[in-house]
Design a protein around this ligand. Sequence first.
Ligand SMILES: [Zn+2]
Length: 191
Amino acid sequence: MLSELIKNKNLFSHLYKIDKEIAERYRQLPCPHCGGPLYFSNYMRKPRGEPDDVSEKYFIRFSLCCGAEGCRKRFMPPSCRFLGRKIYWFAVILCVLTDWQNSPEKITLFDWSIRTGISRNTIKRWLALFHDKFPASRTWLKIRGQVSACVSNNKLPSSLINYFQTLKSTAKDALVASLIFLSGGAKIRAG
Ligand SMILES: [Zn+2]
């Protein structure tokens, strides 16, 4: 089960390092609004779903702010740890949904909620996001073409993670690749 991965605190330090690297690359770019210099203006998040003893350092949301007088716009670099304003870690959301979608026997959301300790309404909202909104989103339309046509829009996010599992040697690598891909951070990381 993919959910085993989110019990390992090393995953969270690994994802933090990736986010930091992506944020640093964005910081070196000019402000997308005025071309001014960007500075860090990070803040703390209070995410849910991590194992005990994960350092609070990994809860930092990297954020950038333009230093030019009259602009000062904030800019959020992509993050593979946080999905917008969702409270749970992005990795937790992907693992919980993927394990449920991949389970050979049909498990009701009620039972899945008990097994994961996450409320049924929360899981339902995540499913609705990936089923109804995400496939039509600009983010997805922009990156969709970079992965195989076998990644079904109707079965996200498991179809994407299952696809990366065929390319990567471990489940952890597949999860991390999916998170980077979905965050939109893959391009700047490669460049
Ligand atoms: Zn600016």
